[in-house]
Design a protein around this ligand. Sequence first.
Ligand SMILES: Nc1ncnc2c1ncn2[C@@H]1O[C@H](COP(=O)(O)OP(=O)(O)OP(=O)(O)O)[C@@H](O)[C@H]1O
Ligand SMILES: [Mg+2]
Length: 249
Amino acid sequence: MMEHGALRPVQDGEPVPLLTLQGVTVYYGRVRALQGLTLEVLPGEVVALLGGNGAGKSTTLRAVSGLVRPASGHIRFRGQELTRLDPAAIVRLGVAHCPEGRKLFPEMTVLENLELGAYVRAGRLDEDLRQIFDLFPVLRERRHQLAGSLSGGEQQMLAIGRALMVRPTLLLLDEPTMGLAPAMVVEVARAIRVLRARGTTVLLVEQNVQVALRLADRGYVLENGRVVVEGRAEALARDDRVRRAYLGG
Ligand SMILES: Nc1ncnc2c1ncn2[C@@H]1O[C@H](COP(=O)(O)OP(=O)(O)OP(=O)(O)O)[C@@H](O)[C@H]1O
Ligand SMILES: [Mg+2]
């Protein structure tokens, strides 16, 4: 694996967060999508971002990956300020973003889409491809097929695979199970568990709150660009507000 520099020494027995957002505010024109958002992700965690449509979940991921620039606040990855870096520099630090809607190149093959995922680094890709094909065997079978001809679930696997070509320390996943049949949801969830077991840290946006809270260590519920509830996944699954809003009471 690529080295991204050593972590700061741990103080007072507290784990050093891998990612910290502190008072992050983001505008789209006059729309304030994030209003002083604060959260942290510890190394090795899967953290779920929950909340209704328009709550600011995708914007949070876009702010981390440099696709939108906060008007105020700080975003630090391994202690390094990201808010002034461009997206390519952030990818090079080991942050990969698998966006909402997958954003594949439909007229290119599976293999070409995967190779593009590695655009920020040099060197051989065989070992990365092998690992991704082991994780999603269907992609190996279809490696010469056009991405646009894959099923929805296969496209989602490809989108995750392309993000993994970055060899990310932190993987940002936006709605990976959106629109998928139950069997495909299970496949994607299995892949996230494998990645977690390999030590990849995941910030996961998921509309399927049951799936999210089964996968995640902790979660944050966003409303109007702010955190309104946070806690361990088990506690969130029992929380009345979360149950009423997302789990059908
Ligand atoms: N490109 C844009 N231009 C203008 N407003 C935007 C843009 N993208 C998002 N917004 C607004 O910012 C707010 C947060 O949007 P965001 O996409 O982050 O929400 P979300 O929680 O991901 O929602 P969803 O569950 O529907 O994907 C919403 O009010 C949305 O309308
Ligand atoms: Mg979204």
